[in-house]
Design a protein. Sequence first.
Length: 564
Amino acid sequence: MKTYINQQAFIKKSVLFLLPALLTVMVSCELDREPETVLADNTFWKSETDLRGACNKLYVDLPGFNHDRRADDIVGSSPNSTSNGNWSVPATSGEWTDPYNKIGVCNNIITKAKAASLSDNQKNRWIGEARFFRAFHYFDLVKKYGDVPLVLKAFDSTEDPDIKMGRSSREEVIQQCYEDLRFAEQWLPDIDEVSSATEWGRVSKSAAQGLMSRIALYEGTFIKYHALNTGDSRAHLKICIDAAQRLISSGKHALYPDFQKLFYFDGEGRQNKENVFVKVYGPNGAGATITHGNSRQLENAVSVTRQAINQFLCTDGLPIEKSPLAVVPETKYDDVFTDRDPRLAMTIYHTQEEAYKGGYIPFSNQHGYGYGIKKGFMLDEWTTNSKETVDKMIIRYAEVLLNYAEALYEYNGNITDAQLDQTVNAIRSRAGFTARLTNDFASQNGLNMLEEIRRERLVEFIDEGIRYNDIIRWKTAEKVLPVCILGLKYSEADTSTKREDIQARLTTEGGMFKGKKVTDQADIYVIEDAATRSFNPSRDYFYPIPTYEIATSDGSVVQNPGWN
């Protein structure tokens, strides 16, 4: 299987297309083969069955389960180079080429489907799928690189000068994403029309609305906090508000009543109205859009940082630094759960709680020295299959609600209690957290409303790939990343690990570490020392463009600032 195709190779590959017979084969290594010099596909692109088969490739290409360790919410067994600032310009990178390869497939479908001898209704439903995925992948590129080449056609000649085009402005690319998603929203089916076992997983109007709300919130806040002059922040925020309102008012979605079971097989399928856009896996989806057998493998890969744990409110609705209920200092590991948001106990393990290979023991069980992540882990599935195959929620209704709340506040400078009840408080209530966020409560307790809305995103979406993008668009990465990354509270009674073995990495009285205050108490394990971490705000908000892409564009593609 080819694991790397550079941008120019991708464009050459898109000149032709995949053999029609391969389009319905759901084995990605076959689909990734280089095409022959000439492909005879003149008998293809004739029927809706052909277009559907072509679009199936788009679902195979969706990113699967992974642990995004670039932010400050989760850590793995080794440092992440993006998170700690120890990265450099690569020669080649799938972060650049993979989305372009997928965009090439989208462009081929759009181009070929337009020419099919079918009615507009027949064609546009499948063109809508391709345009949805084109927006999805271009947004991925913009988040990482900013300005990127905007390729909207299937090339029919390797001599086409656009093969070496330069970078289009991010505003132009994002506007194209909106155009694609508006088309998709118009022509894609209602989510109830793709709810059967054989259709579940295909994108719907809801998916287009959800993705539009995500993109528009990102861009509106990125422009605002990075002080860009290349777009209108408020215009983007209004697009987010409107898209979220359309999805909410459709009545097609609701929060799943059980936060814990949301991430298990219980939460799969259309019966869970929180699902907006998913990648189908597992036995419950056999025979649906794509093939299965892929593994999430959540256990033992990552753990939750103390930074994330500290964001969970006390049951009175106050942060731990303000609440009289907060247990500080903690005397044992399980003190962290006392009078806290119920989602904390649904996210990490209590001591001796049944986990992988027995009861959870801090500083053991292969979890590293962060808090063992419980969210989404199914012990019986792991024990039986050594993997988990539950569907991946790419967009869920809770995100749309919080997109809506944040965009409302950013756009209007305020948010009403009724809007808070519809969004933040509804999400809290679903998990059994009864403390309401209201304007009076925030005012009386000296809380910043925007910060409280942002807090909900971290607490709700730990290990769901959202945190890094949030700190990038808020321009807070420069504050939260180049610091000591903190882990477990050490208590001799809770673990077999000897204090002397880790003493050098524990905070001392008052939360001091190497002469600096890094937390609120002693005996907190320092996973990564701030001295080993950095973030250059004039450089690190964008990824470096691979040198091969710059060279093969004859210099049309220029490097991001600070990476030269």
